[in-house]
Structure formats: C-alpha cells, structure tokens
Design a protein. Structure first.
Length: 237
C-alpha cells in the first residue's frame, strides 16, 4: 500500500543476495556496525511504508539464516542457473515473481551491497514511479567531484579534460530499482526511455564491491544513521 491509502497497488520488495562475490568474498554477511551487511537492507525494508511483501532470493545459507533470524519468510533458493557470477539480476527478478505468484503493481529490487539506503529512499522511489506513471525509477547519486575534475589519459600519457556540459553527471548507485513487472520483464532492464531518477546523496547510495568500499561504508554508517558526534554535510565536494 502506497502513501495514505489512496492507492491500492501492491508492491513486492526483492533482496537478491547470491553467494560467491569475487571482489569481496562473503560480503553479504560481513559484519557492519555489529550486524551482517544484508541485515541493513532488511532493516530498510522494515522502515519502508510501501512494501507489501519482502522476499529474499539467495543460494547462501548464511544469508538465509540472517533473514530467518530477522523474522522474514524462508528465502527463495536460487536454482544453479541463477547462482554463478554470470547470473542476471533480471532473471532473479523473474524467478522471484514466478515463485511468489499473484499480481504486483511494482517490484522493488534492493541489493544488499547498498546497506546505507534508508526506508525513506524506498518509499520515495516507489511513490515517484506511481505518481509519474513512469515504467521504472532507479536510484542515482551525484559523482563525488564536479565534472570539471574529470578527464581522460590518452595512450601517450597526456591528460585531456572532458568536454564541459551544462548538467552534472550522476551514477546509478545500485541502492533502489523500481519497476512495473510486465514492462520490466518485457524490456529485461530497469533503464528505459521513460526511466526516472530518485536522486540520493552519495553517502546513502554507497555500493560495496571491494574491501575499500566496505571500509568507506563503515566510516559513513554512523553519519547516515545519526549516531555520529557531528553532522556530515555530504561526501561530495
């Protein structure tokens, strides 16, 4: 149920957490602020007002145990075809929708590698998708430096500045993806001609792929969660 009840649509939250990370083995259950990293995504799901149901899709027994301990239904066990490094997240979405059954107006993909997103980010992205009529909404963040800092190094080692544009670039942060299931499964992507952006500050959209990313995430966590001694304006200059 979205918002104040005026919309009677159904929203499915999906947390895909496969085993076998190559950049940071075991990252989904690596301890972050005293809890396995995946637990913070599940906590954001609890904070959300719009999710009617949350399912975890995994081939990792440790992830399944965390979800169960937090009171979530038993996770959907991924088939072998969806468990390797080449597995497509869209295939995981399709598998989850089939396994859950029923009719859903929106599916929300919430990767456990974005532990600093808040329940409010989930709600804002879904509500934007509903209010706009867009087929999808994705979480994005501004790049960490203004575009005047970016350029290229050519084959001879010379630095070349990028061409200036009137708008600042953003990056897909991986924190939240909202899609209408029928369109999503037809296009096989959340990024289409009418996809809108939910803009998040870089600190809430931090994505963990490496040990460096995880260390930064640990440093940012108390600021995002309001437990730091002082405020953090932004990680962006």
């Amino acid at each position: 149920m979205i918002g104040d009840g005026a919309f009677a649509g159904r929203v499915l939250g999906l947390v895909p957490a496969r085993a076998g990370s190559q950049g940071l083995p075991g990252k989904n259950v690596r301890p972050l602020a005293g809890r396995p990293m995946v637990a913070w995504t599940l906590e954001a799901c609890r904070e959300s007002r719009v999710l009617d149901r949350v399912v975890v899709s995994t081939d990792d027994e440790s992830v399944a145990a965390v979800a169960t301990q937090m009171g979530y239904p038993p996770p959907f066990r991924r088939p072998d075809s969806l468990s390797g490094p080449e597995a497509s997240v869209i295939d995981a979405v399709a598998h989850a929708l089939e396994a859950v059954g029923g009719t859903w107006d929106y599916v929300v993909l919430l990767q456990p590698t974005s532990p600093l997103r808040l329940g409010g980010d989930i709600d804002a992205a879904v509500e934007l998708c509903h209010a706009s009529g867009a087929s999808a909404v994705i979480g994005v963040s501004p790049v960490l430096k203004p575009q005047t800092f970016y350029g290229r190094v050519d084959a001879s080692g010379l630095y070349r500045p990028d061409t200036q544009r009137p708008d600042e670039p953003v990056i897909i942060n991986g924190a939240v993806y909202v899609g209408r299931p029928d369109i999503l499964l037809e296009r096989r992507t959340f990024v289409g001609p009418d996809t809108l952006a939910h803009v998040m500050p870089p600190e809430r959209g931090w994505d963990v792929d490496t040990a460096f990313d995880f260390a930064v995430c640990e440093a940012l966590w108390p600021h995002v969660r309001g437990e730091a001694a002082g405020p953090l304006d932004s990680v962006r200059r």
